[in-house]
Write a protein that binds this ligand. Structure first.
Ligand code: IPE
Ligand code: IPE
Ligand code: MG
Length: 243
């Protein structure tokens, strides 16, 4: 009886999954291919992750595509990544729109070229009315910069007399972050075996379940997503309270 009732109430899937898509370079190196080949294959894994999230009824997917620290890479690799970003938006937009995906970009987009910025704003505008899956792509994103920017903006509001310092609550602060409007991630996955957050969603992941996988991002597929969701469903979240 008990097991039957448990079966009829399976643990909920995460509402919001965030992914640090790491390991493209190592995937290519293993195959004696240029790093760009790893990044290309990584874009295929993005398609699989988006499709998989729709199939599992995930409402929010946030992908770390380019960090504020990735500018330290050689110019040719940055060029390859920018080229791939253009290609991804151009090739995928139609499918994303048809699949009910709302696309949003988070991070400081000001250093990107005009053509990339207009592709981004078109993609956001053309999918704005969708609500099946909110896909947030983090570009030139870093939590420290995001938090400092929020503090600067609140300080300016206080200096302008719009806000009293005592009005600054967690909610008011969070509303100044790039992720405004997104719920905090329930599950954060990092591929490639590295066990660090690399400046991703530090404020937002206070109570997020973390999952570090050895899989290299280009090998991530529907099966890997299904097993990550399954692992999430086996965790007990307490948020500081007692079980
Ligand atoms: C992740 O793969 C993609 C980006 C950071 C843009 P990497 O390029 O970091 O791959 P590894 O970590 O060198 O294997
Ligand atoms: C994190 O991966 C950034 C992205 C996946 C976009 P990195 O490869 O840049 O992280 P580190 O340098 O190993 O910490
Ligand atoms: Mg890496």
């Amino acid at each position: 009886m008990l097991s039957a009732s448990l079966k009829s109430h399976p643990a909920p899937v995460p509402t919001h999954i965030a992914i640090i898509m790491d390991g493209n370079g190592r995937w290519a190196k293993k195959r004696l291919l240029p790093r760009a080949a790893g990044h290309r294959k990584g874009a295929d894994a993005v398609r699989k992750a988006v499709k998989g999230c729709i199939e599992h009824g995930i409402s929010y997917l946030t992908l770390f595509a380019f960090s504020s620290e990735n500018w330290k890479r050689p110019a040719d690799e940055i060029d390859d990544l920018m080229g791939l970003l253009r290609l991804y938006i151009r090739q995928e937009l139609d499918q994303l729109r048809k699949n009910g995906v709302k696309v949003r970009f988070i991070g400081d987009l000001s250093p990107f070229s005009d053509d990339i910025r207009s592709l981004i704003s078109d993609a956001e505008a053309e999918t704005a009315a969708n609500n099946r899956l909110v896909l947030s792509i983090a570009l030139n994103y870093g939590s420290h910069a995001e938090i400092a920017r929020a503090a600067r903006s609140l300080a300016q509001d206080a200096a302008d007399g719009i806000l009293r310092p005592s009005d600054i609550t967690e909610e008011v602060f969070a509303a100044k972050l790039h992720t405004y409007g997104l719920p905090d991630p329930d599950l954060l996955i990092r591929t490639s075996g590295e066990k660090r957050l690399s400046n991703f969603l530090l404020w937002q992941s206070a109570y997020t379940e973390l999952l570090f996988l050895d899989t290299l991002w280009p090998d991530f597929n529907r099966k890997a997503l299904a097993s990550a969701i399954h692992e999430f469903q086996s965790r007990e979240r307490r948020f500081g309270a007692r079980s």
